[in-house]
Write a new protein. Sequence first.
Length: 408
Amino acid sequence: MVVPDVSPTADTSTAPAAQPNGRAGSAAIEFTNVVKSYQAGQPAVGNLNLNIDAGKITVFVGPSGCGKTTSLRMINRMVEPTSGTITVGGRDVSSIAAPALRRSMGYVMQSAGLLPHRTVVDNITTVLRLNRVPRARARARAAELLDTVGLSAAMGRRYPNQLSGGQQQRVGVARALAADPPVLLMDEPFSAVDPVVRAELQQELLRLQRDLAKTIVFVTHDIDEATLLGDKVAVFATGGRVAQYAAPEEILRAPVDDFVAAFVGRDRGFRHLSFHAGTGVAVHAAPLAPMGAAAPDEGAAAAGSGWRLAVDAGNRPLGWLAPGSAAPLLPGGSLFHAGDSLRNALDAALSSPSGLGVAVDDDGMVTGVVRAPEVLAAIDAARISFNAANTATAATTTPTATSAEGRP
Ligand code: ADP
Ligand code: MG
């Protein structure tokens, strides 16, 4: 998927977060001593200090009412801080006109917030039109974005109420991406859709982010969603206090206090497993069927299933061919990238019609296939060694572990 730059043709002088070359990736966000008090009493956000990496997904997670939305909205000045400083790409946001600032960042919320009386395409192109991108170019961009978020072109002519909740959220994401902003703010974007669609949207976001490398700040109350999506996770406690800020595997493996431990949950040991590198899983030769090749490849026999993986001239996966057939091409499921976790390896194997998960290198070229039973065996082995290590640690830290797990 290619997502070209669509920089505004005008008004760039007031669009601060756009990078000089229009490309995303260098917009780090920094909170320094940020306080927000809506009224006297305990502030919604007490004293927030946080550095958010450019080009990564940072998740704010925590129970309801702890200041996640407030913190997110101060980034684009939908909420003004009482005191303190927020910078984006090194620029103090308070020095930038709020409307221009807002337009320079994508924003996705729980209800997609689409304009009901405008078509999907018109919704997606709203910001582009505000940025004076010519109509034809804006519509072409909208068509691309529909494809990017997995919707057909025909959807573009519909009105929001003619779409399912999940489709509306996809349109919300397309709209947020329209002007190719370096920063994407997402507030519980998938919380209102059913779990199956939600899992799909989460995978789509991860897939998109591989290509886009936006600075994404993502708010959720769901620790599973946080650890799945976040490169880093900030666990919020009441009053906008960040109890722990770390990579998800660190938060699951070593919660800093009882609050985080309780929030992460009793089965954190098992969740942690999914972060084990999938390097122990055997990658077998793929049963390749290069497009245009006359005969089935030797690899088919080696893999023993009869399924063949179609690849393009660059050895990138196109889809699967069922045993004995040359068409149709069946969509391939998720990919297992070198260095990914066991969870990704299992995902790839289970989502593939052949039961073989496609492994690719950094360039997206096929390196082989993984088999579900072997991934499961690797997960089991990791669980056994994790439990053994945990039992040994528990002997010395029982009081803490007990108090953390005894909480509701
Ligand atoms: P979260 O997103 O973590 O659920 P919020 O940031 O929405 O939390 O809210 C944090 C606290 O600030 C809550 O106690 C909430 O009631 C309060 N709050 C949020 N918005 C307003 C507002 N506009 N006026 C007054 N209080 C608010
Ligand atoms: Mg909220």
